[in-house]
Write a protein that binds this ligand. Structure first.
Ligand SMILES: Cc1cc2nc3c(=O)[nH]c(=O)nc-3n(C[C@H](O)[C@H](O)[C@H](O)COP(=O)(O)O)c2cc1C
Length: 221
């Protein structure tokens, strides 16, 4: 049986583009490989406690017997997060852009994982080469020639972590202008936003099917 790990990080359920696009990918995969096990972590609904990272970091440098209860709990959670990634054959990361960067709960999750020797930049990259999909949504547009070109500090950093530090075989599925329907300043870009969203769902479905093909081939081999 194949296992995928899905991370959600939007702080909203209703209307979340990242959740919807990630579900398009997941559903396309499950339609072809129904016995896929899906491990889920939803940081938007349940962020990690803000003390976990510092406690895990401090606790990792001292013998177990000398750790505080908080450090032991933090290390247990860190190890649970690492186990979730280690078990997966593929990954879906559904992450919105907030305030020109990554959501704080995603930064916290990655910091805690990097404190785990398995996922530090000096590790042997235990999940390297596995397929991963970053579904990212941005309310505005940041491409070349736009007034805010260069203001997106989320996408490049997430690529650095997933692709360079963890070695994943990463595909990025982007939806821009998702705020066009609610932001009057973007009203004239609503048509473009709708096309963009349609393209993101279509890409997600194609990637879900392709991933199913990869899993089926691996099972047959
Ligand atoms: C608190 C907050 C901050 C945001 N900051 C930005 C931003 O800096 N730039 C941007 O383009 N969109 C920003 N957005 C819009 C989101 O990126 C956009 O709504 C995206 O679709 C959110 O993902 P979701 O649809 O999965 O919830 C922000 C939204 C919220 C709620």
């Amino acid at each position: 049986m194949t296992t995928i790990f899905r991370l959600d990080a939007s702080i909203r359920d209703e209307g979340s583009v990242t959740r919807a696009v990630a579900t398009s990918l997941e559903s396309a995969l499950l339609a072809h490989v129904p016995d896929t096990r899906v491990l889920r972590r939803d940081l938007g609904r349940e962020p990690l406690p803000s003390t976990v990272w510092a406690h895990a970091l401090a606790g990792s440098h001292i013998p177990d017997g000398e750790r505080t209860a908080g450090q032991r709990e933090a290390l247990a959670l860190a190890s649970e997060l690492g186990d979730e990634l280690s078990q997966a054959d593929a990954f879906i990361f559904a992450i919105p852009m907030y305030n020109f960067g990554v959501p704080p709960h995603v930064k916290a999750w990655i910091d805690v994982l990097i404190a785990d020797p398995r996922f530090s930049p000096r590790s042997a990259k235990p999940i390297a080469g596995k397929p991963a999909y970053l579904v990212i949504a941005r309310g505005g547009a940041y491409g070349p020639g736009t007034p805010r070109e260069g203001w997106d500090h989320a996408t490049a950093w997430l690529k650095l972590i997933f692709r360079t530090i963890w070695g994943l075989d990463l595909t990025v599925i982007e939806a821009e202008l998702t705020a066009a329907d609610v932001n009057p300043a973007l009203a004239e870009l609503r048509g473009l936003a709708a096309q963009n969203l349609e393209r993101a769902h279509a890409a997600a479905i194609e990637h879900g099917k392709a991933l199913a093909g990869r899993f089926s081939e691996a099972e047959a081999a």
